[in-house]
Ligand binder design. Sequence first.
Ligand code: ASP
Length: 418
Amino acid sequence: MTSPSTTASTSVWRRIPLWQKILAGLALGILAGALMGEDASVFKPIGDVFISAIKMLIVPLVFSTLVVGITAMRDPQKMGRIGVRTIGLYLITTAFAIAIGLLASLIFQPGVGLEMSFESGVEAKEAPSLVEILVGLVPQNPIDALANGNILQIIVFAIGLGISLTLIGDKGEPVVRVFESFAEAMVKLTSFVMALAPFGVFGLIAHVSGSYGLEVLLPLAKVIGVAYLASVLHVLIVYSGLLALLGKLNPVRYLQGILDALVVAYSSASSSGTLPVSLRCAQKNLGVSEGVAGFVLPVGATINMDGTAIYQGVVAVFIAQMLGVELSMMDYGMIIVTGTLASIGTAGVPGAGLVMLSIVMAQIGLPLEAIAVIAGIDRILDMARTSVNVAGDLMVTTLVAKSEGELDEGIYNAPGKS
Ligand code: ASP
């Protein structure tokens, strides 16, 4: 039998909004790491379980949501418009992001006067060509794409299936209903997994905060500060500005609505892993329709990496400053172009941006070994860039939904979120 005091504490726990519990997990995790140091890694398995649980949701959730969304839209022209707007906004915001990163490093000069030795065996990656990207979009075997979690291929197959189900009319109804019920069940499962978020975030952050001592962080404090500042400015100026100007929407409501996704992105450093949480925030807190969220967010989690773009701008200039290399206007142009491509090619998993940085470095002739200087603290930078990546996906999703009349502003403007 449960005692009255257990029941009372359960209901107190239930009454606290999820975002507050997640933020508390974050704060306590930082504290536990600071107090316990390396020993805080005993909590890491809790974080690992949480990450596995959200990863478990990605493929079935994205696939079913997208099929249901497409069949609900019933208008191929509208889908085309949504596609063009999505890609356009993703590219524009990424270009802004690199520019902000470059400017921040030029103004604050985090690398000037810094002397650090480095050696590493980093090899340059090649940016994938456009043809390769396009050919790779079509799955040879959809089951293989689902099994391997290849999100872009899953999107292509789900769009094809959704359109076909719509075109066959009544005959498609039973399958559509199966997907509807499956998608609903996945949303329910997501809310169960999210109940673990406060503990998962605690475990992940305690481990990270316990494993970075001040002696590794301090020499690089300036570049970390510049990358964080540029990230915050990008969200506050570019995202809030676009929402207010283009969407005529209150940015504060957007920031409140995406909080769960931000904290999960920050602690997991994976935008693909955060996708189930982003989908939930978009629909439940921001009022985006299932169709728009189901298409725009998975595409964004795969190709839209504004935080990664900021990071590439900041770090490329930082390394040039540290090595005393003068960059020309041509080099800056190169950083913008290759940085945008590299960010598109970056997978939404921890540490991917560090590897892609080698593309930008190689383009402007900086020695790849210098990447080793920041490799040791990359997780700290990764957490910030992943949060921006996720915030950008959610901003574009909101704008696209608004422009298509697919945003429920009653939900968007509601004060209590989560
Ligand atoms: N970790 C980032 C993400 O998942 C990618 C990166 O490393 O830049 O969005």
